[in-house]
Ligand binder design. Structure first.
Ligand code: ADE
Length: 382
Protein backbone atom coordinates (compact mmCIF):
# COMPACT_ATOMS: atom_id res chain seq x y z
CA UNK A 1 0.00 0.00 0.00
CA UNK A 2 1.36 3.37 -0.99
CA UNK A 3 -0.96 5.74 0.78
CA UNK A 4 0.28 7.79 3.69
CA UNK A 5 -1.64 7.43 6.90
CA UNK A 6 -3.25 10.81 6.30
CA UNK A 7 -4.42 9.73 2.87
CA UNK A 8 -5.76 6.53 4.34
CA UNK A 9 -7.76 8.49 6.89
CA UNK A 10 -9.04 10.74 4.13
CA UNK A 11 -10.63 7.86 2.29
CA UNK A 12 -12.01 6.13 5.37
CA UNK A 13 -15.75 6.59 5.10
CA UNK A 14 -17.78 8.11 7.90
CA UNK A 15 -20.27 5.50 8.96
CA UNK A 16 -23.60 7.22 9.60
CA UNK A 17 -24.57 4.55 12.09
CA UNK A 18 -22.53 6.56 14.57
CA UNK A 19 -24.57 9.71 14.06
CA UNK A 20 -26.26 10.87 17.25
CA UNK A 21 -29.08 13.45 17.32
CA UNK A 22 -27.72 16.72 18.67
CA UNK A 23 -30.91 17.47 20.65
CA UNK A 24 -30.40 14.36 22.79
CA UNK A 25 -27.09 15.65 24.05
CA UNK A 26 -26.89 18.12 26.90
CA UNK A 27 -23.44 19.62 27.34
CA UNK A 28 -22.13 20.31 30.84
CA UNK A 29 -18.95 21.42 32.57
CA UNK A 30 -15.55 21.38 30.97
CA UNK A 31 -13.37 18.41 31.87
CA UNK A 32 -10.22 19.42 30.08
CA UNK A 33 -8.77 21.72 27.50
CA UNK A 34 -5.73 22.00 25.34
CA UNK A 35 -4.58 24.29 22.60
CA UNK A 36 -6.87 22.92 19.95
CA UNK A 37 -9.58 20.95 21.63
CA UNK A 38 -11.65 20.69 24.70
CA UNK A 39 -13.66 18.02 26.43
CA UNK A 40 -16.88 18.58 28.31
CA UNK A 41 -19.02 16.34 30.45
CA UNK A 42 -22.46 15.72 28.98
CA UNK A 43 -25.68 13.79 29.37
CA UNK A 44 -26.83 11.73 26.41
CA UNK A 45 -30.25 10.14 26.05
CA UNK A 46 -30.17 6.73 24.42
CA UNK A 47 -26.58 6.73 23.23
CA UNK A 48 -25.07 3.40 22.06
CA UNK A 49 -27.00 0.46 23.51
CA UNK A 50 -28.24 2.45 26.48
CA UNK A 51 -31.83 2.28 25.17
CA UNK A 52 -33.67 5.43 26.21
CA UNK A 53 -31.76 6.02 29.42
CA UNK A 54 -29.60 9.00 30.29
CA UNK A 55 -25.90 8.32 30.29
CA UNK A 56 -22.98 10.48 31.37
CA UNK A 57 -20.51 10.86 28.53
CA UNK A 58 -17.51 12.98 27.53
CA UNK A 59 -17.70 15.10 24.40
CA UNK A 60 -14.67 16.24 22.44
CA UNK A 61 -14.80 19.36 20.32
CA UNK A 62 -12.48 21.93 18.84
CA UNK A 63 -11.79 25.11 20.76
CA UNK A 64 -12.23 27.40 17.87
CA UNK A 65 -14.71 26.64 15.13
CA UNK A 66 -12.60 28.56 12.67
CA UNK A 67 -9.54 26.42 13.17
CA UNK A 68 -9.83 24.17 10.14
CA UNK A 69 -6.71 22.15 10.93
CA UNK A 70 -8.01 21.33 14.41
CA UNK A 71 -11.36 20.34 12.95
CA UNK A 72 -9.71 18.09 10.39
CA UNK A 73 -7.67 16.49 13.13
CA UNK A 74 -10.82 15.74 15.11
CA UNK A 75 -12.48 14.30 12.01
CA UNK A 76 -9.39 12.13 11.63
CA UNK A 77 -9.62 10.95 15.20
CA UNK A 78 -13.32 10.14 14.77
CA UNK A 79 -12.56 8.05 11.71
CA UNK A 80 -9.74 6.27 13.47
CA UNK A 81 -12.01 5.48 16.41
CA UNK A 82 -14.63 4.04 14.08
CA UNK A 83 -11.98 1.95 12.35
CA UNK A 84 -10.53 0.86 15.69
CA UNK A 85 -13.60 -0.75 17.22
CA UNK A 86 -14.15 -1.26 20.92
CA UNK A 87 -11.78 -2.51 23.59
CA UNK A 88 -11.98 -2.31 27.37
CA UNK A 89 -8.62 -0.55 27.64
CA UNK A 90 -9.23 2.25 25.19
CA UNK A 91 -11.61 5.17 25.53
CA UNK A 92 -14.39 4.03 23.24
CA UNK A 93 -16.46 5.99 20.79
CA UNK A 94 -20.18 6.25 21.59
CA UNK A 95 -21.39 8.51 18.81
CA UNK A 96 -20.89 11.77 16.95
CA UNK A 97 -22.83 14.84 15.92
CA UNK A 98 -21.54 15.73 12.49
CA UNK A 99 -24.51 17.54 10.98
CA UNK A 100 -23.03 20.99 11.56
CA UNK A 101 -19.49 20.16 10.67
CA UNK A 102 -19.76 22.59 7.74
CA UNK A 103 -20.27 25.35 10.27
CA UNK A 104 -17.26 24.14 12.19
CA UNK A 105 -19.10 22.16 14.83
CA UNK A 106 -18.18 18.55 15.41
CA UNK A 107 -18.99 16.70 18.60
CA UNK A 108 -17.33 13.37 19.28
CA UNK A 109 -18.99 11.44 22.09
CA UNK A 110 -16.79 9.06 24.07
CA UNK A 111 -16.95 7.10 27.29
CA UNK A 112 -16.75 9.13 30.44
CA UNK A 113 -13.94 8.11 32.81
CA UNK A 114 -14.74 9.54 36.17
CA UNK A 115 -11.33 9.45 37.80
CA UNK A 116 -9.73 11.62 35.16
CA UNK A 117 -6.22 11.27 33.86
CA UNK A 118 -3.60 8.96 35.33
CA UNK A 119 -0.91 11.60 35.76
CA UNK A 120 -3.04 13.85 37.95
CA UNK A 121 -4.42 10.84 39.80
CA UNK A 122 -0.95 9.56 40.66
CA UNK A 123 0.21 12.94 41.93
CA UNK A 124 -2.95 13.16 44.04
CA UNK A 125 -2.16 9.84 45.69
CA UNK A 126 1.46 10.37 46.63
CA UNK A 127 0.59 10.77 50.29
CA UNK A 128 -1.51 7.63 50.62
CA UNK A 129 0.56 5.37 48.35
CA UNK A 130 1.25 1.92 49.74
CA UNK A 131 4.66 0.80 48.47
CA UNK A 132 5.09 -2.96 48.17
CA UNK A 133 8.63 -2.92 46.74
CA UNK A 134 11.72 -3.16 48.92
CA UNK A 135 14.97 -1.25 48.50
CA UNK A 136 16.36 -4.01 46.25
CA UNK A 137 13.44 -3.75 43.83
CA UNK A 138 11.79 -6.94 45.03
CA UNK A 139 8.08 -7.19 45.58
CA UNK A 140 7.23 -7.87 49.17
CA UNK A 141 5.64 -11.22 49.97
CA UNK A 142 2.11 -11.44 51.30
CA UNK A 143 3.44 -12.13 54.79
CA UNK A 144 5.71 -9.09 54.69
CA UNK A 145 2.83 -6.96 53.51
CA UNK A 146 0.57 -8.13 56.30
CA UNK A 147 3.34 -7.31 58.75
CA UNK A 148 3.49 -3.81 57.29
CA UNK A 149 -0.26 -3.41 57.53
CA UNK A 150 -0.17 -4.39 61.20
CA UNK A 151 2.60 -1.97 62.01
CA UNK A 152 0.67 0.84 60.41
CA UNK A 153 -1.92 0.24 63.13
CA UNK A 154 -4.89 0.17 60.90
CA UNK A 155 -4.67 3.78 59.97
CA UNK A 156 -4.29 4.89 56.40
CA UNK A 157 -5.82 2.02 54.49
CA UNK A 158 -9.22 2.13 52.92
CA UNK A 159 -9.99 5.54 54.23
CA UNK A 160 -12.04 7.19 51.57
CA UNK A 161 -10.92 10.70 51.24
CA UNK A 162 -13.54 13.29 50.81
CA UNK A 163 -11.92 16.34 49.33
CA UNK A 164 -13.57 19.50 50.38
CA UNK A 165 -15.99 20.86 47.92
CA UNK A 166 -16.06 24.32 46.38
CA UNK A 167 -16.26 25.62 42.90
CA UNK A 168 -13.24 23.99 41.44
CA UNK A 169 -14.79 23.85 38.03
CA UNK A 170 -13.01 27.00 37.00
CA UNK A 171 -9.65 25.63 37.98
CA UNK A 172 -10.04 23.08 35.26
CA UNK A 173 -9.91 25.65 32.59
CA UNK A 174 -6.18 25.46 32.29
CA UNK A 175 -4.05 28.35 31.31
CA UNK A 176 -3.68 27.77 27.64
CA UNK A 177 -2.59 31.27 26.87
CA UNK A 178 0.79 29.84 25.98
CA UNK A 179 -0.73 27.81 23.18
CA UNK A 180 -0.33 28.99 19.65
CA UNK A 181 -3.60 29.70 17.89
CA UNK A 182 -4.24 27.69 14.81
CA UNK A 183 -1.39 27.05 12.48
CA UNK A 184 0.50 30.23 13.20
CA UNK A 185 2.54 28.42 15.75
CA UNK A 186 5.34 30.38 17.26
CA UNK A 187 5.76 28.49 20.47
CA UNK A 188 9.29 27.86 21.51
CA UNK A 189 8.89 26.58 25.01
CA UNK A 190 10.33 23.26 23.94
CA UNK A 191 8.35 21.14 26.34
CA UNK A 192 4.88 19.87 26.68
CA UNK A 193 4.44 19.79 30.40
CA UNK A 194 1.64 17.85 31.98
CA UNK A 195 -1.13 20.35 32.04
CA UNK A 196 -0.18 22.15 28.90
CA UNK A 197 -0.95 19.37 26.51
CA UNK A 198 -2.40 20.27 23.17
CA UNK A 199 -5.56 18.24 23.12
CA UNK A 200 -5.15 16.30 26.28
CA UNK A 201 -5.10 17.58 29.79
CA UNK A 202 -7.75 15.80 31.66
CA UNK A 203 -8.58 16.63 35.21
CA UNK A 204 -10.44 14.63 37.72
CA UNK A 205 -14.04 15.65 37.64
CA UNK A 206 -14.63 17.84 40.72
CA UNK A 207 -18.04 16.27 41.17
CA UNK A 208 -16.43 12.94 41.95
CA UNK A 209 -14.75 13.40 45.23
CA UNK A 210 -14.37 9.91 46.51
CA UNK A 211 -11.10 8.17 45.88
CA UNK A 212 -9.15 5.30 47.37
CA UNK A 213 -5.58 4.84 48.42
CA UNK A 214 -3.37 3.12 45.86
CA UNK A 215 -0.60 0.54 46.06
CA UNK A 216 2.11 -1.04 43.94
CA UNK A 217 -0.45 -3.64 42.85
CA UNK A 218 -2.52 -0.85 41.25
CA UNK A 219 0.52 0.52 39.43
CA UNK A 220 1.24 -2.94 38.03
CA UNK A 221 -2.38 -3.45 37.05
CA UNK A 222 -2.53 -0.14 35.16
CA UNK A 223 0.78 -0.93 33.43
CA UNK A 224 -0.70 -4.22 32.30
CA UNK A 225 -3.95 -2.73 31.10
CA UNK A 226 -2.22 0.03 29.15
CA UNK A 227 -0.04 -2.58 27.41
CA UNK A 228 -3.26 -4.41 26.55
CA UNK A 229 -4.91 -1.32 25.14
CA UNK A 230 -1.78 -0.51 23.12
CA UNK A 231 -1.55 -4.08 21.87
CA UNK A 232 -5.07 -3.68 20.60
CA UNK A 233 -4.19 -0.40 18.86
CA UNK A 234 -1.13 -2.02 17.32
CA UNK A 235 -3.19 -4.99 16.12
CA UNK A 236 -5.49 -2.50 14.37
CA UNK A 237 -2.47 -0.72 12.87
CA UNK A 238 -3.18 2.50 14.72
CA UNK A 239 -0.30 4.59 16.01
CA UNK A 240 -0.85 6.56 19.15
CA UNK A 241 1.95 9.07 18.81
CA UNK A 242 1.42 10.68 22.20
CA UNK A 243 1.27 7.94 24.77
CA UNK A 244 1.81 9.49 28.21
CA UNK A 245 0.18 9.31 31.64
CA UNK A 246 -1.81 12.47 30.84
CA UNK A 247 -3.43 10.55 27.98
CA UNK A 248 -4.55 7.58 30.04
CA UNK A 249 -7.93 7.87 31.75
CA UNK A 250 -9.23 5.98 34.76
CA UNK A 251 -12.72 4.55 34.89
CA UNK A 252 -14.65 2.64 37.53
CA UNK A 253 -13.33 -0.67 38.76
CA UNK A 254 -9.67 0.29 38.41
CA UNK A 255 -9.92 0.22 34.62
CA UNK A 256 -7.26 2.18 32.69
CA UNK A 257 -8.05 3.39 29.19
CA UNK A 258 -5.76 4.78 26.53
CA UNK A 259 -7.15 8.07 25.19
CA UNK A 260 -6.41 10.49 22.39
CA UNK A 261 -4.98 8.12 19.87
CA UNK A 262 -4.51 9.19 16.33
CA UNK A 263 -4.98 12.82 17.12
CA UNK A 264 -1.46 13.62 18.06
CA UNK A 265 0.06 12.41 14.84
CA UNK A 266 -2.08 14.84 12.97
CA UNK A 267 -1.48 17.57 15.43
CA UNK A 268 2.20 17.38 15.94
CA UNK A 269 3.89 15.73 13.10
CA UNK A 270 2.24 16.62 9.86
CA UNK A 271 0.21 19.73 10.34
CA UNK A 272 1.61 23.20 10.47
CA UNK A 273 2.08 22.97 14.17
CA UNK A 274 5.57 21.74 14.54
CA UNK A 275 7.12 24.58 12.55
CA UNK A 276 10.71 25.29 13.27
CA UNK A 277 11.00 24.37 16.90
CA UNK A 278 9.83 21.40 18.88
CA UNK A 279 7.31 23.67 20.50
CA UNK A 280 4.41 21.28 20.58
CA UNK A 281 6.14 17.97 20.58
CA UNK A 282 6.11 15.77 23.65
CA UNK A 283 9.89 15.50 23.42
CA UNK A 284 10.40 13.64 26.69
CA UNK A 285 8.06 10.87 25.55
CA UNK A 286 9.36 10.60 22.02
CA UNK A 287 11.57 7.84 20.70
CA UNK A 288 15.03 8.73 19.56
CA UNK A 289 14.23 8.06 15.88
CA UNK A 290 11.13 10.26 16.10
CA UNK A 291 13.25 13.08 17.46
CA UNK A 292 16.05 12.75 14.97
CA UNK A 293 14.27 11.55 11.82
CA UNK A 294 10.55 12.04 12.51
CA UNK A 295 10.01 8.34 12.22
CA UNK A 296 6.92 7.09 14.04
CA UNK A 297 5.83 3.51 14.41
CA UNK A 298 4.29 1.15 16.89
CA UNK A 299 7.84 0.67 18.11
CA UNK A 300 8.12 4.39 18.85
CA UNK A 301 4.89 4.02 20.84
CA UNK A 302 6.74 1.28 22.76
CA UNK A 303 9.43 3.81 23.71
CA UNK A 304 6.73 6.18 24.98
CA UNK A 305 5.22 3.31 26.94
CA UNK A 306 8.56 2.94 28.71
CA UNK A 307 8.43 6.62 29.69
CA UNK A 308 4.83 6.14 30.80
CA UNK A 309 5.94 3.25 33.04
CA UNK A 310 8.53 5.58 34.51
CA UNK A 311 5.78 8.13 35.21
CA UNK A 312 3.63 5.46 36.83
CA UNK A 313 6.35 4.21 39.17
CA UNK A 314 7.41 7.71 40.18
CA UNK A 315 3.79 8.57 40.96
CA UNK A 316 3.55 11.11 38.19
CA UNK A 317 6.90 12.86 38.08
CA UNK A 318 7.94 14.71 34.95
CA UNK A 319 10.47 12.52 33.08
CA UNK A 320 14.14 13.47 32.97
CA UNK A 321 13.88 15.58 36.12
CA UNK A 322 16.05 18.64 36.05
CA UNK A 323 16.59 18.36 32.32
CA UNK A 324 14.96 20.49 29.69
CA UNK A 325 13.34 19.02 26.64
CA UNK A 326 15.85 20.38 24.19
CA UNK A 327 18.67 19.45 21.87
CA UNK A 328 20.91 18.64 24.80
CA UNK A 329 18.47 15.95 25.96
CA UNK A 330 18.39 14.52 22.44
CA UNK A 331 22.18 14.54 22.31
CA UNK A 332 22.36 12.72 25.63
CA UNK A 333 19.87 10.12 24.43
CA UNK A 334 21.91 9.60 21.28
CA UNK A 335 24.96 9.07 23.45
CA UNK A 336 23.05 6.32 25.27
CA UNK A 337 21.84 8.16 28.35
CA UNK A 338 18.62 6.71 29.84
CA UNK A 339 16.63 7.23 33.02
CA UNK A 340 17.11 4.90 35.97
CA UNK A 341 14.57 2.49 37.38
CA UNK A 342 12.34 4.41 39.80
CA UNK A 343 12.57 3.24 43.43
CA UNK A 344 8.92 2.17 43.48
CA UNK A 345 9.32 -0.02 40.40
CA UNK A 346 9.88 -3.77 40.78
CA UNK A 347 13.09 -4.84 39.06
CA UNK A 348 11.36 -6.46 36.12
CA UNK A 349 9.72 -3.14 35.28
CA UNK A 350 13.19 -1.61 35.24
CA UNK A 351 14.12 -4.21 32.66
CA UNK A 352 11.01 -3.53 30.60
CA UNK A 353 11.73 0.21 30.61
CA UNK A 354 15.32 -0.34 29.52
CA UNK A 355 14.17 -2.59 26.67
CA UNK A 356 11.58 -0.03 25.53
CA UNK A 357 14.39 2.50 25.23
CA UNK A 358 16.69 0.47 22.98
CA UNK A 359 18.06 2.70 20.22
CA UNK A 360 17.12 0.21 17.54
CA UNK A 361 13.31 0.14 17.29
CA UNK A 362 13.42 -3.50 16.16
CA UNK A 363 15.07 -4.55 19.40
CA UNK A 364 12.27 -3.18 21.55
CA UNK A 365 9.64 -5.58 22.84
CA UNK A 366 6.14 -5.68 21.39
CA UNK A 367 3.13 -4.66 23.44
CA UNK A 368 1.83 -8.19 23.33
CA UNK A 369 5.11 -9.51 24.71
CA UNK A 370 5.10 -6.99 27.56
CA UNK A 371 1.48 -7.73 28.31
CA UNK A 372 2.38 -11.41 28.70
CA UNK A 373 5.48 -10.65 30.79
CA UNK A 374 3.56 -8.46 33.17
CA UNK A 375 0.72 -10.94 33.53
CA UNK A 376 3.20 -13.72 34.36
CA UNK A 377 4.70 -11.51 37.04
CA UNK A 378 1.26 -10.72 38.38
CA UNK A 379 0.42 -14.42 38.64
CA UNK A 380 3.57 -15.20 40.55
CA UNK A 381 3.03 -12.40 43.03
CA UNK A 382 -0.69 -12.23 43.68
N1 ADE B 1 -11.48 14.27 30.30
C1 ADE B 1 -11.22 14.15 29.01
N2 ADE B 1 -11.81 13.10 28.51
C2 ADE B 1 -12.47 12.54 29.50
C3 ADE B 1 -13.27 11.38 29.61
N3 ADE B 1 -13.50 10.63 28.55
N4 ADE B 1 -13.78 11.08 30.80
C4 ADE B 1 -13.51 11.86 31.85
N5 ADE B 1 -12.77 12.94 31.82
C5 ADE B 1 -12.25 13.27 30.65
Amino acid sequence: DHLSLDEQIEILPYDTRWEFPRHRLKLGVQLGAGCFGRVVKAQAVGVKDSEETVKTVAVKMVRSQTNVAALEALVGELKIMIHLGAHLNVVNLLGACTKSVIKGELLVIVEYCRFGNLQTYLVGHRTDFENQVDEFGNLLTDAEMQEMDRSRNGNANNQDQIQTSSSQANLIDQDVSACPEGSSSSSSSGEVSPGADTFGFYQQDPENKVSHSISTADLISWSFQIARGMDYLASRKVLHGDLAARNVLLADGGVAKVADFGMSRNMYYEGNYQKESQGLMPVKWMAIESLTDRRFSTQSDVWSYGVLLWEIFTLGKVPYPGMEANHELIRQLEKGYRMEKPDFAPNYFGEIMASCWKSDPKERPTFSHMEQQISLQMESTV
